[in-house]
Each structure stands twice: as structure tokens, then as C-alpha cells.
Design a protein around this ligand. Structure first.
Ligand code: N01
Length: 543
């Protein structure tokens, strides 16, 4: 192999919290690293998603790795679940402290990355037409950054104001631009985590709000509250010990499932546990209840029955309540939206739930939405329609490996990776919080950072051992990929559509679902990665 000198040792795509940390660590390790970011500044998710109500569903003090790690030792969170403006300030402060901005070029989108086999380098084309090159290419593009607009006829004909939530116009103080909904007729499409956050805020102002729901979700209370330094100290204790604790939980959230199975508990015990967890802040009900919640349908049904009852108690009109109760998926098999006053807004006269599963949206019209034979007139139309999850952002870059094979083609039948870090045919290309890696079904603040540390160590190891090429050994990749799919198939998640699944239809009409994430647990994942590293990066062909 003839080795050419690239312009940079490493290129990192994306300046979200993961990409920022990656650039920082590689730079500190003495590598020549360059970052590219499509936005005008750092922040990733918190830079793009500025819609009213946008906030964390992870405890701020468990998400803030820069603070836990001592990079921002004096950082104080003001709320248990921080809002987007505070999160963006946090990312910016971290960027200042780490001094990583000069290593990034902002307002620059990577359009193509082609592997040059002869030179053993990656050649990149940027959206200003310029080109650059690197030995190692690291994707930190994020699992939820490729905005998905629905394929509804007439979208461009709407004469009112319309936004996708992840492209909300920018206002003062890092937050959303104020859009005054007072006296307005507003439509919101989508009832995922984003929709559930924005809907109550719009409902408080609009003269009429139409919520266009295709699939009801199991939503539970966020129970957000203000934080003081004393309370953070009480909740978290010593930061180092707290990180050690987070490393032991399945998803790096501050919850550990009960060792007990729901089927082994008495009805009274179950009721008492569910009742105690429901009003508590955060994901206790999902991540802190019985350990067989996501593997045993009977156990899951206990939870379904409990949350169903809660929805019926909170929504006065029983016909509306029934529409808000999911009928097509088990509890927790999609990311559970965290809500504040969500169900109660359906008791307001100015809010209408439009069931577009029953009566599909036909088109967007200049005046609003045509649903069945009814035209609903709107002044504002909000698309809370989510993202092409996990692989979407990479699909939008023309990535080509050995023999000019496109990554999108190579993964047409679902991703194939080793540890979700590298894929055969794409040497020296690393993905952070990407397909099939244990950081994607996780508290990304912590899991993304731990993965960055692992990749940094690997690249330093390669540099120190004068290695210039890394690619998975075929059977290691096959074993890992099979393992990812097998573990997924053993859970109730396997029967459900979500942003972390690629759903296609087979020629015979049957449905085929390919998991895009690894659900074997973050501790398991990191243990495997640590072993691989300890064995000289076993399973990676290093040359
Ligand atoms: O996206 P989603 P999201 N007609 O894909 C509907 C994270 N997040 O942005 O379910 C009608 O969950 C779609 O309907 P259906 C979090 O991980 C975190 O809400 O496909 N409806 C669904 O209701 C979350 O899980 C925070 O039938 C259409 C909605 O749009 C992830 O982001 C906050 C439609 C999309 O829901 C994604 O959440 C917010 C159509 N043509 C988000 N197309 C935090 O707190 C789509 N829909 C950190």
C-alpha cells in the first residue's frame, strides 16, 4: 500500500457535544485534527432544535459529562431537565473552555467522503466546492439530526407560517424566536417526544390547536423542577462516584431496574411500585421498574394497564382518551415521551385531536390541511415529524469506501458493523453514537463521551505503533452484527416501529424490521470494547 500524506490526521464531522469532545481529546493527544460543522456554532442537537418547550429528558446533572469530568467544574444546572437555551449555553461554555472552536470550520457541510485506496486516505468534498483529506474520518453527526419532512402533497402551497421543529427560527438568548400563537389557528403534526413537548405550550396560547396524531405514544410525567447547588449535591454526590454509578446502569441514566420480575410480584406490590414511580421526575417508570418490562409481554401488560388507567383519569372525554392510548405497541418499546400537562390540554375547548390514522391527511392546501372531506384552516403549521434516525445523516453524505461502494448501498439491508464503530470496506472510518453501537440507546452525554475516549485511545495506539489502517475482520463484523440483531429480537422492541428501526416491506408483503441500535446494555457494550482494546484491538485488521 502506498501511503500518501493527508492534510489532516483526523477529520471529525459534527460539533455537537460528542464531536467537540472528540476534537479536544485528539488535539490534546497531538494529532492534527480538523472539524467541520454545518451550523454556525457548536451545540449540535441543542443548536438546531430551538422549538418552544425543547428540553432534556435526561437529568441535567447526569447528562453534563463536561462538568462531571471537571472540564466545567463550576457549571450549575438551573433545572432538573435543562431547557434548550441552557443546554446551548453549556455547549458553548464547554467549547470556550476546551478551546476547540479554532479546530472547527463552521457553516460547512461535508458533501462527500471517498476512500482513496492507493493513498490510504479519505478525500472529502465540502459544500463550498473545496476539497480536503485525512487519514482517519470520524463521524459525530448524531443519531437525530437528519430532519424528516413528511411526504404530504401540497406542502409548498401552504400560505401561512410553517416550521419543522428542528429548524425553528433562532431568537435572542440562544432560544427559539418567539412566535406569538395568540389568536392563531395552529396545526401540529406529530406526537413523538418533540410534539409532546411543544403541544402544551402552543395549547396555552392558540385560539385553536389541531393535533394531527398518527400513532399514540405512552407518555409519562417529566415532573421537572428547579435545582439548587445543594439539591444537586444531594441528588448526585461526588461527581466521580456518580459517573462510576452511571457506568453500571443499562442506559447511563440514574436508574437501575429492580432485580425482580413483574410477573413475580404481587398485584399490590406492582401497584405500589408503579404508583410511586409515576409522579417521580424522569424515566423511573421505564428504566427503574421491573427487569422483565421489555422482555415479557405479560409483565409489560401490567404497565400498559397502569398507564392506560392514568390516561383515562387525566382526559375527561373518554373518546379522546381512547385515541390517546396506544394500541399497537408495548410500553417502552419506543422512546417514552416525557410530558408536562400533556394529557390535560385535551380537556381544553381550544384543542382538537385529529386522528389521521383513521382519516389520513390528504394534502396540505394553501389555507391549511385537507383531512378526509374536511379542510382545516390554519395560520401556523408545525411539523414535529422527527428525523431519519441513526443512519439518516450519514445517508445524506456521499460516503464511498473500497471499490467506490457507497455506505448507503452497503447498508441497504441494515447496518453491518463491528462494535458499531467501523464497517468492513470503509477503512479508517469511525462512527460515534452511530448504528449498532452501545452509545445510541443511552444517555448520550455520558455514553457518547465514553465512546470518544475509547476511539481516542485506539487512534493514539495506532499512531504510537505506526499503524495507518484499521478495518474490521470479516467474521468479527458478522458475529457482532448477528449479536445486535439477536439481542434485539429477544425484546419486545422487535415488534415495534420507531426511529431506531428501519422498517421495510418484503415482496410477499410481510414486514421486515432492522434494528439500528444495540440494546444489550451500555455496561456490556463497554466491557466488550475494553476487552477488544486490551487484546490489541482484536477483530480490527490493523496495518
Ligand atoms: O420524532 P418521532 P421526535 N403524518 O419520530 C409523526 C429525541 N428527543 O422528534 O409515530 C402524520 O419520535 C410520527 O407518527 P408515527 C428522543 O429520543 C429528545 O418527536 O410515525 N404523522 C410521530 O408521531 C425522541 O424519541 C428530546 O406514526 C407523521 C412524529 O411525527 C427522538 O428525539 C426531545 C408523519 C415523529 O415522532 C425523536 O422525537 C425531543 C406523517 N406523514 C426529541 N410523519 C429530549 O428531551 C411523521 N409523523 C432530549
Amino acid at each position: 500500500m502506498s501511503v500518501q500524506n493527508p492534510q489532516h490526521d483526523v477529520i471529525v464531522i459534527g460539533a455537537g457535544i460528542t464531536g467537540m469532545y472528540q476534537v479536544y481529546l485528539l488535539h490534546n493527544a497531538g494529532l492534527r485534527v480538523q472539524g467541520y460543522e454545518a451550523g454556525s456554532d457548536v451545540g449540535g442537537t441543542w443548536y438546531w432544535n430551538r422549538y418552544p418547550g425543547c428540553r432534556l429528558d435526561t437529568e441535567s446533572y447526569a447528562y453534563g459529562y463536561f462538568e462531571l469530568k471537571g472540564i466545567l467544574p463550576d457549571w450549575q444546572w438551573s433545572e432538573r431537565f435543562a431547557s434548550q437555551p441552557e443546554l446551548l449555553r453549556y455547549a458553548k461554555r464547554a467549547a470556550d473552555t476546551m478551546g476547540i472552536r479554532p479546530a472547527f470550520r463552521f457553516n460547512t457541510r461535508v458533501e462527500a467522503a471517498h476512500f482513496d485506496e492507493l493513498g490510504n486516505i479519505w478525500r472529502l468534498r465540502l459544500d463550498d466546492g473545496s476539497e480536503t483529506s485525512c487519514r482517519f474520518l470520524v463521524s459525530a453527526v448524531g443519531p437525530l439530526s437528519a430532519t424528516r419532512m413528511p411526504n404530504i402533497p401540497g406542502i409548498d402551497s401552504f400560505q401561512g407560517v410553517s416550521f419543522h421543529t428542528s429548524r425553528w427560527p433562532r431568537g435572542e438568548d440562544e432560544g427559539p424566536r418567539d412566535v406569538d400563537f395568540t389568536g392563531k389557528r395552529v396545526g401540529i403534526i406529530g406526537t413523538g417526544a418533540t410534539g409532546v413537548q411543544i403541544i402544551p405550550i402552543v395549547a396555552a396560547q392558540a385560539s385553536k390547536l389541531h393535533v394531527f396524531q398518527r400513532t399514540a405514544n405512552w407518555c409519562i410525567p417529566l415532573a421537572n423542577h428547579a435545582l439548587t447547588p445543594e439539591l444537586i449535591e444531594e441528588l448526585r454526590g461526588d461527581p466521580e462516584a456518580f459517573v462510576d454509578f452511571l457506568k453500571t446502569t443499562e442506559t447511563a441514566f440514574p436508574y437501575r431496574r429492580s432485580r425482580k420480575k413483574a410477573i413475580d410480584a404481587t398485584p399490590l406490590e406492582r401497584e405500589a411500585l408503579f404508583e410511586s414511580l409515576y409522579p417521580m421526575p424522569g424515566y423511573g417508570l421505564w428504566l427503574g421498574a421491573y427487569r422483565d418490562l421489555l422482555t415479557n409481554k405479560v409483565s409489560n401488560d401490567f404497565m400498559v394497564e397502569f398507564v392506560t388507567r392514568k390516561i383515562r383519569e387525566r382526559v375527561k372525554d373518554s373518546r379522546i382518551a381512547e385515541k390517546l392510548i396506544p394500541s399497537d405497541h408495548a410500553f417502552g418499546t419506543r422512546r417514552v415521551p416525557m410530558e408536562t400537562n400533556y394529557y390535560e390540554i385535551y380537556n381544553q375547548d381550544n384543542v382538537e385531536l385529529v386522528d389521521v390514522r383513521q382519516t389520513p391527511i390528504e394534502r396540505v392546501t394553501p389555507k391549511g390541511m385537507q383531512v378526509g372531506d374536511r379542510e382545516i384552516e390554519l395560520d401556523v403549521l408545525i411539523y414535529a415529524t422527527g428525523f431519519d434516525g441513526v443512519t439518516g445523516a450519514l445517508d445524506r453524505i456521499d460516503i464511498r469506501g473500497r471499490g467506490g461502494i457507497a455506505l448507503k448501498e452497503a447498508w441497504a439491508d441494515g447496518p453491518s458493523t463491528y462494535l458499531g464503530v467501523q464497517a468492513r470496506g470503509f477503512p479508517n472510518f469511525f462512527t460515534l453514537v452511530g448504528a449498532h453501537n452501545g452509545a445510541s440507546f443511552c444517555n448520550i452525554g455520558v455514553c457518547g463521551a465514553l465512546q470518544v475516549e475509547w476511539v481516542t485511545e485506539m487512534l493514539v495506539y495506532m499512531r504510537d505503533n505506526r499503524l495507518t489502517s484499521s478495518e474490521p475482520v470479516p467474521h468479527y463484523e458478522e458475529d457482532w452484527t448477528r449479536h445486535v440483531y439477536d439481542v434485539y429480537a429477544q425484546t419486545l422492541l422487535a415488534d415495534t416501529d420507531a426511529w431506531w428501526v428501519r422498517t421495510t416491506r418484503n415482496p410477499d408483503g410481510s414486514i421486515r424490521r432492522r434494528a439500528l441500535i444495540y440494546v444489550g446494555g451500555a455496561p456490556d457494550y463497554r466491557e466488550r470494547c475494553a476487552k477488544v482494546a486490551a487484546n490489541g484491538y482484536e477483530g480490527f485488521a490493523l496495518a
